[in-house]
Design a protein around this ligand. Structure first.
Ligand code: V47
Length: 399
């Protein structure tokens, strides 16, 4: 825990060495605000990004993280499913969608194939199924309802966390119904939460240059607002490390924070480090560990109304995710099982971690592992409670 101020011999408050260091590097006024629980401004955010003092920024973010979550670090036993890689949006940063020349082969998983994917991990007590896909104009409304229902039938106790804001808009389009009605129908079929994808960088310039066929910042936020208004929780991501400027990242935080003030519908913020392999931006260098940690830390400091900040180990590597647990993050995502959004051409890349590996990662970082579900209900406190008894009733075996 942070020793913000300690009493000196004569009883007067003295500053710890870390406080003096934060002041010396010119961030004393930001630290004052953080300690007082005051909101950081856009300018504060930009100043933090301009500073090279990652340790000072991390120290402040860790203070906030420990105030909120103490030593706890969350993970989830989850499975990712991507139902189609056919996509009409041509985003320049994407290596996942099927292209006419050189690229992944087009696929669409039908309802049975989705069931098979879920059954593949029948013996693992997964509590979250994360499902997203491309904007595939061929898929009818009924398909989306059916795949959500099929997952729920296969795994009644797992939360189906599916469809980004742009997918929801596409589903409403093919349904020819108002968005709100479609979301309610999906919820009726078993949709339990929304993932945070598709936000990219919520600024007009980045939208225009990289993903102009998808929702712009206003439409992304408006869609989230509707989802939150019917009680659906969602996450929010930021894809960083491509053409965006540092002030644009801060703009992104401020826009998310404003909507969160209004709806309180966001659970977790997830910075996604851009992977340039096999994209139209393959000349861009990958983000550095310092940038990853700084981004996690600044997100924790700026997004004062977000309950959680996730270090997505898949994108920043497990070692950096471990450090992130001391730089503002309180969550490292989960087992994943199979991730197709990036690295699809490189099958050697690690696509899943076992629960034991996640536990070891968290413990080694000096944190206390807590298994959670998609909505942050505690599933198990691993170092506090005895391991759960092995399951006696098997999941349904459907041929
Ligand atoms: O929206 C696309 C990103 C997102 C690349 O909510 C890329 O818990 C890096 O949203 N390099 C989908 N990223 C993934 C996503 C997500 C992931 C983990 C957890 C959660 C959650 C959500 O992936 C897309 C896009 O921003 N993406 N291409 C790329 N080349």
């Amino acid at each position: 825990m942070v020793a913000a101020q300690v009493a000196g011999k004569n009883g007067a408050a003295t500053h710890s060495a870390m406080d003096r260091y934060v002041e010396r590097v010119g961030l004393g006024d930001v630290w004052e605000k953080v300690r007082a629980g005051a909101r950081l401004s856009y300018d504060d955010g930009v100043r933090l990004y301009e500073s090279q003092e990652v340790t000072a920024i991390g120290y402040m973010a860790n203070f906030v993280r420990e105030q909120r979550h103490g030593d706890l670090a969350y993970f989830v036993r989850n499975q990712h499913i991507n139902y189609t890689n056919i996509c009409a949006k041509d985003c320049k940063f994407c290596s996942f969608y099927a292209k006419k020349k050189n690229g992944p082969k087009a696929y669409e998983l039908d309802v049975d194939a989705i069931r098979q994917r879920v059954r593949q991990y029948r013996d693992v007590p997964i509590t979250e199924i994360h499902m997203v896909g491309g904007i595939n104009p061929r898929l009818p409304y009924q398909y989306y309802l059916d795949i959500v229902r099929a997952i729920k039938e296969e795994r009644p106790n797992a939360t189906v966390k599916a469809f980004t804001m742009i997918e929801l808009q596409q589903i409403a389009r093919v349904a020819e119904k108002p968005l709100r009605e479609v979301i309610l129908e999906l919820m009726d079929h078993g949709l339990g939460a929304l993932p945070g994808g598709g936000a990219e960088v919520l600024t007009p310039r980045v939208h225009e240059e990289l993903y102009k066929k998808k929702l712009d910042w206003r439409d992304w936020l408006d869609t989230a607002r509707v989802a939150h208004s019917v009680g659906l929780k969602s996450n929010a991501t930021m894809l960083y490390g491509h053409i965006e400027t540092l002030p644009e990242r801060v703009e992104h935080f401020v826009r998310l924070r404003e909507l969160q003030d209004e709806t309180q519908g966001f659970l977790t913020f997830i910075p996604l480090s851009f992977d340039p392999q096999n994209t139209e931006l393959s000349h861009v260098a990958r983000s550095t560990g310092a940038d990853d940690l700084k981004t996690i830390a600044i997100a924790r400091l700026m997004l004062d109304n977000f309950p959680h900040v996730k270090a997505f180990w898949m994108m920043i590597t497990p070692p950096v995710a471990q450090f992130a647990l001391r730089y503002g993050a309180d969550d490292i995502d989960g087992t994943i099982m199979n991730y197709e959004i990036t690295h699809v051409i490189d099958p050697s890349t690690r696509q899943s971690l076992s629960m034991e590996q996640l536990l070891a990662m968290i413990r080694e970082a000096g944190r206390v592992p807590v298994e959670r579900d998609a909505l942050y209900n505690v599933v198990h406190r691993w170092d506090v409670e005895a391991p759960p008894a092995p399951r006696t009733t098997a999941l349904p075996v459907l041929s």
